[in-house]
Design a protein around this ligand. Structure first.
Ligand SMILES: [Fe+2]
Length: 176
């Protein structure tokens, strides 16, 4: 996901493919709520850990002269127990900052979650063509790509974000 170190990471993400002629660079997507549901039904201890013990995410941005960090659980629930957000990014996870007695189970739970997120039974794979816009809820659908060779062609995805409130609010209005 993008920007998990923000208190409120972007809601919807849009990746507009302008050029994709380089070798490699196929896209992938996984519905992390579906994986959370699988854990809830098959491994309640792991699910419990992921919804209760916060992880820490960080970004040291020297161009913006800012060091940002945020504590958040891997899975967060709404007041009704529905899925609200997922926070997952191994690249930007900071050192664990929890009680030493919890550390082992937090690492194991996160590892299990990560393995399932990468499992072919949950992932879809596709290739973006010029003109495609890949749109997804950044706090639910995790995105990835395979390695690409920048010397074999060009690749340009123009990305932008919108708050979830804007889209959900408009849909609620249109339903009335
Ligand atoms: Fe991204």
């Amino acid at each position: 996901m993008d920007l998990p170190w923000f208190e409120n990471p972007p809601g919807y993400q849009f990746l507009h493919c302008l050029v994709n002629s380089a070798k490699g660079g196929d896209s992938s997507a996984v519905d992390a709520f579906a994986v959370a549901e699988y854990l809830k039904n098959n491994d309640s201890d792991t699910f419990d850990t992921l919804t209760k013990i916060p992880l820490k995410f960080r970004d040291k941005d020297y161009t913006q002269e800012a060091h940002r960090s945020f504590y958040g659980t891997a899975i967060s629930l709404t007041k009704d127990g529905d899925y609200n957000d997922v926070r997952f990014s191994t690249a930007t996870m900071d050192a664990l900052d929890c009680h030493p007695d919890q550390m082992d189970k937090v690492y194991k739970s996160h590892h299990k979650f990560g393995k399932l997120l990468h499992d072919d039974k949950f992932q879809i794979k596709f290739r973006l063509r010029p003109g495609d816009i890949y749109t997804f809820n950044n706090r639910r659908v995790l995105h990835g790509r395979t390695e690409f060779d920048p010397n074999s062609g060009h690749r340009h995805l123009q990305g932008y974000y919108m708050d979830r409130d804007e889209i959900v609010g408009r849909l609620n209005y249109l339903k009335k």
